[in-house]
Design a protein around this ligand. Structure first.
Ligand SMILES: CC(C)(COP(=O)(O)OP(=O)(O)OC[C@H]1O[C@@H](n2cnc3c(N)ncnc32)[C@H](O)[C@@H]1OP(=O)(O)O)[C@@H](O)C(=O)NCCC(=O)NCCS
Length: 177
């Protein structure tokens, strides 16, 4: 699977990407507000994740799509964006995203998310996308609010970040087609 935008290629990842993924993900500023990224994030973690993504592409129907975010200019993966918990009958899925710190604040996440949202609504024919954001993660909810997501509520002490083991409140946002 491969989607393109002006500056980005969103594509399946493979073992050649493991070094780049581990380099960018091995940063607590990236992983501290995420559910599933461990810290430290080692090459073996990237390889495990890549193999998991490969297996997931074989699911029928697919429950998730994980895309490596490749910057065309640098020809390497600088982050990940994905849809998980896809339920075709309900028409729903959850969005997730992270970018290496050197690439923040250049509009890259917004560019990637616009493409994924269009893929989810127009190609997968979903009707509702959800995003869970830890309450401390101001950049993230400011970003998704700009994309039109609406805050529906906050789940108290509902999530534990894998990287830190800390428990967080989670804001639930959603976007309808
Ligand atoms: C959240 C994250 C994906 C944003 O990526 P990004 O490419 O820097 O975001 P964009 O440049 O597209 O920013 C879009 C808007 O988000 C907000 N934003 C992004 N970073 C911000 C920051 N550090 N502080 C305040 N607002 C911020 C701004 O409103 C920004 O618009 P503006 O630049 O016009 O002011 C990135 O910081 C990241 O990967 N963080 C770590 C992982 C994470 O938290 N993922 C989200 C989990 S829900």
């Amino acid at each position: 699977m491969r989607l393109t935008t002006k500056r980005l290629i969103l594509r399946d990842i493979n073992l050649k990407d493991a070094g780049d993924i581990a380099k960018e993900a091995n940063n607590l500023k990236v992983s501290r507000y995420l559910l599933l990224l461990p810290h430290p994030y080692l090459l073996k973690d990237a390889k495990w994740f890549i193999n998991k993504c490969k297996k997931d592409t074989k699911q029928k129907p697919r429950k998730s799509y994980e895309f490596g975010i490749e910057l065309k200019k640098e020809k390497k993966v600088i982050g990940m964006v994905g849809l998980c918990s896809i339920d075709k009958y309900q028409g729903t899925a959850t969005l997730g995203l992270w970018l290496g710190q050197d690439y923040w604040r250049k509009g890259i996440a917004t560019e990637a998310l616009k493409k994924i949202i269009s893929f989810a609504f127009n190609k997968l024919r979903l009707r509702r996308l959800e995003a869970g954001v830890f309450t401390e993660n101001n950049p993230s909810y400011s970003m998704i609010e700009k994309l039109g997501f609406k805050l529906e509520g906050t789940k108290i002490k509902s999530r534990k970040a894998k990287a830190t083991g800390k428990i967080h409140d989670e804001k639930i946002y959603a976007l309808l087609k």
